[in-house]
Design a protein around this ligand. Structure first.
Ligand code: BTN
Length: 244
């Protein structure tokens, strides 16, 4: 297994993609103190200032079908919540599919990308961005209302290496269990941390928006949303607003 530790990069995702293309072994990790062009979901930027967060990409090579890939996003989210809880005692919630929240504010984002050839997955690159030691005023104004950090929530700074280690340990354990026994354990754990299930939500996809009740997730990790007419929609990718 290999760990690439960098001071400053465009994006650890970009480097991990290149390493995966060049045949990197499973478990290869890219971590950087800063990202100049951190990438978020849905083409957004991810604010990644130096020495404050954990900006990491992990290369996995599971033998799964492309439609199972969302399972790994959920696996990563569960690992992050459990790792944070072990290292800091702070309890986070998961908002489908992969936002990690404390008191309704985002503390961690996860971006899962596939490296696929025709119908085969060569690698899955799991990118995790954790806000650890930022103060409130470190965040750009537009983020202050919606983002937080473990330091803001916990009242003091944290050892980032210890948190990363705890998250990676959880992920390794859960991933080996997943490869051996399948998705059920991850699914149950995920549901126990999820805040959106059973609630009225609005799902904004790239093309439209659907309001209804979040019923749960399928065995592939797809969100089931029941609208007022009782039609159940399968949501693969969206922004979720919880209306309580
Ligand atoms: C999101 O939009 O919620 C996902 C954010 C993912 C950010 C992480 S930071 C490490 C990795 N490298 C990137 O450029 N993005 C991911």
């Amino acid at each position: 297994r290999e760990i690439y530790y960098e001071e400053s990069v465009d994006s650890t995702q970009k480097i991990a993609h290149r390493l995966a293309y060049e045949g990197a072994v499973e478990g290869t990790i890219v971590v950087s103190e800063e990202q100049r062009m951190g990438r978020g979901r849905l083409g957004r930027a991810w604010f990644s200032p130096i020495y404050t967060g954990i900006w990491v990409s992990i290369i996995l090579k599971p033998e799964i079908a492309p439609q199972q890939a969302p399972q790994l996003t959920l696996l990563a989210a569960v690992s992050v919540v459990r790792g944070i809880q072990k290292a800091t005692g702070i309890r986070c919630d998961i908002k489908w599919p992969n936002d990690i929240l404390i008191n309704g504010k985002k503390v961690v984002g996860i971006l899962t990308e596939l490296v696929a050839e025709s119908d085969r997955i060569n690698a899955v690159i799991v990118g995790i961005g954790m806000n650890v030691n930022q103060e409130r005023e470190h965040f750009p104004e537009d983020l202050q209302a919606i983002a937080t950090s473990l330091a803001i929530e916990g009242g003091h700074k944290w050892n980032r290496a210890a948190i990363l280690q705890a998250v990676l340990k959880e992920m390794e354990d859960l991933y080996f269990d997943y490869l051996k026994n399948g998705f059920q354990v991850v699914k149950l754990l995920w549901e126990s941390y999820a805040v959106s299930i059973g609630k009225q939500i609005k799902a904004r996809t790239l093309t439209n928006s659907i309001t209804g009740k979040a019923l749960g997730i399928t065995d592939e990790g797809v969100l089931l949303l029941e609208d007022e007419k009782g039609t159940v929609h399968r949501i693969y990718s969206a922004d979720i607003e919880i209306n309580e």
